[in-house]
Design a protein around this ligand. Structure first.
Ligand SMILES: [Ca+2]
Length: 470
C-alpha cells in the first residue's frame, strides 16, 4: 500500500476512533491508534489491515473462521497433546499466534455460537442453552439480530457458512440466509449433526439428499475448498463450522492409529481429530496455491471444552472440567490466528479474549462502527503487535444443571453453582487448574464478583433462573 492510501486509512480510523471515544465504547481502539502513531514503518505495515486490490482500492483481508466442535483445550499438539497427532494445526500455530487464554462463548454449542454471532456474552445473549424444535433445528435468534455475517456483508464481503448452524430451525426467521450468509451448506440442526453419515444436509434453502454413506465432514471440507476457489477474487468471510470431534464417534478410517492398542472408541476419537487437522492443512495449502496467504486472516477455535473424559488423552490439559462445566476446561478454547506478514509468526499471546470479541475485532479490521454496543473488545492490538489489552469481565451462565454462573475479572475466576450459592474463587495466575478455593481469604474480591453477577445479566424468559432443588 502506498503512503497516501495508508494516510487516508489512518485518518478514517481516527474518525472512527473519535466517534467510538465520544460514545465511550471503545477506548482500546483509541489506544491502538495512539500506539500506531508511534510505530515504526514495520509496525505500521503490520497494523495496516488492508491490501491493495488490482483496481488500487484498499482491500481488506479475507477471513476464514474455523470452528471445531467439542475440541478440548489439550487436544492439539501445540497445546500439549502427546498422543493425538495434529501437525497441520501445530504448523498453523507456528506460522501464526497461539492464544493460551482464549475462551469460547459458553460451555455448550448453541449459546456459544450465539455469542460468536452477536458479540454478546451469555448474560445478554438471546440464546443461552441448547433448545430443540421438532422435527429439526433449534429455537431461533430474534429476527432483528445483527450478526458478524451482516457486519461482513456491510464491509462488502461475500459470506459463507459451511457446517453446523443450530441457531434457528428451517423456516424460522433465523436461518443462515436471513442472518447475513450468502451461502450455506451443512446442518441446520445441531442434534442431527451428531450423525456424521446424515441422510440429508442443506444447501441454502434446499434439502440435499445423501446416500447415508458420505462422511459429512469430508463434504464440508470439499465445500469449503470450493467456496474459497469461487471467491478468491473478492473479499470473503467463511465461517467453517466443523462438526468434529463431536459425538457420535464415527470416522471413515482409523488412520494413523490402526495399530494402537487403545480402546476402539479412543482410536476413533483420535482419528476424528487428526482428520479435522488434515483438512485444516488442505485449506491452508489451497490458500497458498491461490496466493491468498497474506490476504487471509485464519482464526481457529473450539466452541466449548472437550466432551470426553477418558484417562488416556488429557483433553483439557492442565485445566479442570470439560464440556458442561464452567471451570476452565469447559470454556477455554485452543485458539490460533494466522495471517502471514501481519500476525507475528510463532508467537504465543496471553491476551484474554472470547467469542463475543470476534465482532468488534472484525469491525476494527474492516474499519466499521458497530450499530450497537456489544460486550467485547477488538483484539487487533494482540493480533497485529502482540500487545495485551485488559479485557472487561467475562461472563458465562449455564442452565442445564439448575443455574450456574461464572466470571473472569482480571486473573480472578468466580463460579457459583446456584444463583444464591456461595462463590468459589480461584486465582488463575497461580492456580490455573482451579484446585484451591480462596474465597474465604479474599472477601473483597468475592464482593466484587457478587456485585458483578447482579449487574452482568438481563432476564431472558426462555432461560429463567431455575436453581436446582436442594
Ligand atoms: Ca460443541
Amino acid at each position: 500500500m502506498d503512503r497516501q492510501s495508508l494516510r487516508e486509512q489512518l485518518i478514517r480510523r481516527a474518525v472512527h476512533s473519535a466517534v467510538f471515544s465520544m460514545l465511550g465504547l471503545l477506548a482500546f481502539d483509541v489506544m491502538g491508534l495512539v500506539s500506531e502513531a508511534r510505530a515504526n514503518d514495520e509496525s505500521e505495515r503490520k497494523a495496516n489491515a488492508q491490501q491493495v486490490a488490482p483496481d488500487g482500492k484498499p482491500r481488506p483481508p479475507n477471513v476464514v473462521l474455523i470452528l471445531a466442535d467439542d475440541l478440548g483445550y489439550g487436544d492439539l499438539g501445540c497445546f500439549g497433546q502427546k498422543l493425538i497427532r495434529t501437525p497441520h494445526l501445530d504448523r498453523l500455530a507456528a506460522q501464526g499466534m497461539r492464544f493460551t487464554q482464549a475462551y469460547a462463548g459458553a460451555t455448550v454449542c448453541a449459546p456459544s455460537r450465539c455469542c460468536l454471532m452477536t458479540g454478546l456474552h451469555g448474560g445478554h445473549a438471546s440464546i443461552r442453552g441448547n433448545q430443540e424444535v421438532k422435527p429439526e433445528g433449534q429455537i431461533p435468534m430474534p429476527a432483528d439480530t445483527f450478526t458478524i455475517a451482516h457486519l461482513m456483508k456491510r464491509a462488502g464481503y461475500d459470506t459463507g457458512l459451511i457446517g453446523k448452524w443450530g441457531l434457528g430451525h428451517p423456516g424460522s426467521n433465523s436461518t443462515p440466509d436471513k442472518m447475513g450468509f450468502d451461502y450455506f451448506f451443512g446442518y441446520n440442526c445441531q442434534r442431527m449433526a451428531h450423525e456424521h453419515y446424515p441422510p440429508t444436509l442443506w444447501r441454502n434453502q434446499e434439502v440435499v439428499q445423501l446416500d447415508g454413506k458420505s462422511y459429512s465432514h469430508d463434504l464440508l471440507t470439499e465445500e469449503a475448498l470450493q467456496f474459497i476457489r469461487d471467491h478468491r477474487q473478492r473479499p470473503f468471510f467463511l465461517d467453517l463450522s466443523y462438526t468434529l470431534p463431536h459425538q457420535k464417534l464415527q470416522v471413515p478410517d482409523l488412520a494413523p492409529y490402526e495399530a494402537e492398542t487403545w480402546d476402539s472408541n479412543l482410536k476413533t476419537l483420535a482419528a476424528m481429530i487428526t482428520r479435522l487437522d488434515r483438512d485444516v492443512g488442505r485449506l491452508m495449502s489451497l490458500l497458498g496455491e491461490l496466493n491468498l496467504d497474506t490476504q487471509t486472516l485464519v482464526i481457529f477455535a473450539s466452541d466449548n471444552g472437550a466432551a470426553y473424559n477418558d484417562s488416556l488423552f488429557a483433553h483439557s490439559g492442565d485445566l479442570r472440567g470439560r464440556k458442561r462445566d464452567l471451570y476452565e476446561g469447559g470454556i477455554r478454547s485452543p485458539s490460533i490466528a494466522r495471517w502471514p506478514d501481519h500476525i507475528p509468526a510463532g508467537d504465543t499471546s496471553t491476551q484474554v479474549w472470547t467469542f463475543w470479541d470476534v465482532m468488534p475485532t472484525l469491525a476494527a479490521l474492516t474499519g466499521q462502527v458497530l450499530p450497537t454496543k456489544g460486550d467485547g473488545i477488538s483484539i487487533l492490538p494482540a493480533l497485529l503487535q502482540n500487545q495485551v489489552v485488559e479485557h472487561p469481565p467475562l461472563y458465562f451462565e449455564f442452565h442445564e444443571r439448575g443455574f450456574q454462573q461464572a466470571a473472569r475479572i482480571k486473573n480472578w475466576k468466580g463460579i457459583r453453582q446456584s444463583s444464591k450459592g456461595p462463590l468459589e474463587l480461584y486465582d488463575l495466575e497461580r492456580d490455573v487448574a482451579e484446585t484451591t478455593n480462596v474465597a474465604a481469604t479474599h472477601p473483597e474480591v468475592v464482593a466484587e464478583f457478587e456485585a458483578y453477577f447482579r449487574e452482568a445479566r438481563v432476564e431472558n424468559p426462555l432461560w429463567p433462573i431455575k436453581d436446582k432443588a436442594r
